[in-house]
Write a protein that binds this ligand. Structure first.
Ligand SMILES: Cc1cc2nc3c(=O)[nH]c(=O)nc-3n(C[C@H](O)[C@H](O)[C@H](O)COP(=O)(O)O)c2cc1C
Length: 301
């Protein structure tokens, strides 16, 4: 067996395979299909301060080699998570990471302070693709100032591992990555979905109620690999790569580009056991190539 263990900040992962927020529920939904204890980690649904209904339907559309979604962070809020979900997942032997979203800085801070009290949550992943309501709805993550402001506030409010998840809908991902790194966070994950749009020509209407939505799946992978490669070589903190990973080969592409770990999203909808296959593939790949420690191939491109 090759050594698959990786580290993000102070946190050890038994292997580099995590699941992506919004595509894996709270983990338990997948327990009939996979042994959750085998995962390096899993990132639960986007969690906000208050309950959110999400956007009206239709909010998903299939596109060539991918999908558009506009779920709109539907969740029951952080207090519901703490009281009703956390007790059921806390004994899973994997790193449980909560994805945090907010419309204002004080929302982010309030959610982080509550999560900081939970022993078994060892890290948060901060979604900065959310619209900043005080700045006219432009996402925090599309400017260096906005991204840094969230990172700074969250770093103060949360004492354990902080991962900031970058939006790809920017001109210069490296400058945003550096602005966030400067605030002392532990890791960056990328990419979130790419802004897209699809039209039902027969009905002459947008396919999504929100008109535009987030593109994910294999269609985005080359963009994600490029961004991971650029960011991983520009910052000094570990990067988590995601975007269109469908199998073990795709996961290794991200690691060669510089990712210390990967997250698997849309692929869970196609094959709920895909993460187990990716872990097995990584082990087999290392054995075939005489690699004793997967860390030796991170960022060699
Ligand atoms: C249905 C759906 C819901 C998502 N919800 C969230 C979310 O709540 N928070 C977040 O940071 N990313 C969310 N994402 C983005 C994914 O975590 C991931 O960044 C993106 O889909 C790219 O990875 P993939 O191509 O492997 O799916 C969501 C994606 C999908 C498809």
């Amino acid at each position: 067996m090759a050594r698959l263990e990786v580290k993000i900040g102070d946190l050890s992962f038994k292997n580099p395979v995590l699941t992506a927020s919004g595509t894996f529920g709270y983990g338990l939904e997948f327990s009939d299909f996979i042994d959750l204890n085998r995962l390096g980690g899993f990132v639960v649904k986007g969690t906000t301060l208050h309950h959110r209904e999400g956007n009206p339907y239709p909010r998903m559309a299939e596109t060539p080699s991918g999908m558009l979604n506009a779920v709109g962070l539907q969740n029951k809020g952080v207090d519901y998570f703490i009281e009703n979900i956390y007790p059921d997942i806390k004994d899973i032997d994997s790193n449980i990471i909560v994805n945090v979203s907010g419309a204002t800085i004080s929302d982010y801070v309030a959610v982080c302070e509550k999560l900081n009290e939970l022993d078994r949550i060892k890290a948060i992943e901060v979604n900065i693709s959310c619209p900043n309501v005080k700045q006219g709805g432009m996402a925090f993550g599309t400017t260096c100032e906005g991204a840094a402001e969230v990172a700074r506030a969250v770093r103060k409010a949360y004492s354990k591992t902080v991962i900031v998840k970058l939006s790809p809908n920017v001109t210069d991902i490296v400058s945003i990555a550096k602005a966030v790194e400067n605030e002392g966070v532990d890791s960056l994950s990328l990419i979130n979905t790419l802004l897209g749009m699809a039209i039902d020509v027969e009905r002459r209407r947008p396919c999504l109620s929100t008109i535009t939505g987030g593109l994910s799946g294999p269609a985005v992978r080359p963009v994600a690999v490029r961004m991971v490669w650029q960011v991983a070589h520009a910052v000094n903190i570990p990067v988590i790569g995601l975007g269109g990973i469908m199998d073990g080969r795709d996961a290794l592409e991200f690691m060669l580009a510089g990712a210390t770990a990967v997250e698997v999203g849309t692929a869970n909808f196609v094959d709920p056991a895909v993460t187990m296959k990716i872990i097995d593939y990584m082990d087999d790949y290392c054995n075939r190539h005489g690699i004793e420690d997967i860390n030796d191939i991170i960022g060699i491109i």
